[in-house]
Design a protein around this ligand. Structure first.
Ligand SMILES: Nc1nc2c(ncn2[C@@H]2O[C@H](COP(=O)(O)OP(=O)(O)OP(=O)(O)O)[C@@H](O)[C@H]2O)c(=O)[nH]1
Ligand SMILES: [Zn+2]
Length: 188
């Protein structure tokens, strides 16, 4: 992150600490604006990353059957309150014309979309669209399950509540049996 952006974050954090009545010169707090600026660099590192870039390389493999990468951990930041939501993402696709990609690329793309202020629906849709647009599979299904701290530590305060979102494209949009097959693998 550029120096000027880091400076802006530090100043803003200092102002928040002052506003809540903290002594910004107190030993434990003195370095906090710095720490937060460094942390933001990490947790918002996906701001200008296009998830489609992870799917531009594919290799030709004659496997036109289901591939499911499940239980991919992620942490993101709710754009409404700037506190975390986190959980697991599952990505299923059925390749077409042998266009298969490295399974690690799904985890990289999830990191990219998670590391920016987000809402869960957009994260789900962005991933499904990125895979559809680049690999042109017969179908893609993205399922995300997450706990939102804005719903558990504040506001309605419902600890343990989980939000599930899905985005289905191609064959998964039309074929409920195919969707059900993926969901049963996810539940296992
Ligand atoms: N659809 C959707 N809503 C979300 C997500 N993350 C947080 N929210 C909700 O977005 C809403 C923000 O609404 P506001 O009315 O502006 O915020 P608020 O008054 O603090 O609302 P509460 O959180 O309900 O107390 C809240 O209902 C949140 O629960 C998300 O990923 N998707
Ligand atoms: Zn929120």
């Amino acid at each position: 992150m550029a120096q000027s952006k880091q400076e802006k974050i530090k100043k803003a954090v200092e102002m928040i600490l002052e506003a809540i009545g903290e002594d910004t010169n107190r030993e434990g707090i003195l370095e906090t604006p710095n720490r937060v600026a460094t942390m933001y660099e990490e947790i918002f590192s996906g701001m200008n990353v296009d998830p489609r870039d992870y799917f531009t390389s594919s290799f030709c493999e004659e496997h036109e059957e289901l591939i499911l990468v499940k239980d991919i951990d992620f942490h993101s930041v709710c754009e409404h309150h700037l506190i975390p939501f986190f959980g697991k993402a599952h990505v299923a696709y059925i390749p077409q014309n042998g266009q298969v990609t490295g399974i690690g690329n799904f985890a990289k793309a999830i990191e990219a979309v998670a590391k920016r202020p987000q809402i869960q629906e957009r994260m789900t849709t962005t991933l499904a669209n990125a895979i559809e647009e680049t690999l042109s599979p017969r179908g893609v299904l993205v399922v995300i399950e997450a706990e939102h701290l804005c719903m558990t530590m504040r506001g309605v305060k419902k600890p343990g509540s989980q939000t599930v979102t899905t985005a289905a494209r191609g064959v998964f949009e039309k074929d409920s049996a195919k969707r059900a097959e993926v969901l049963s693998f996810i539940r296992r």
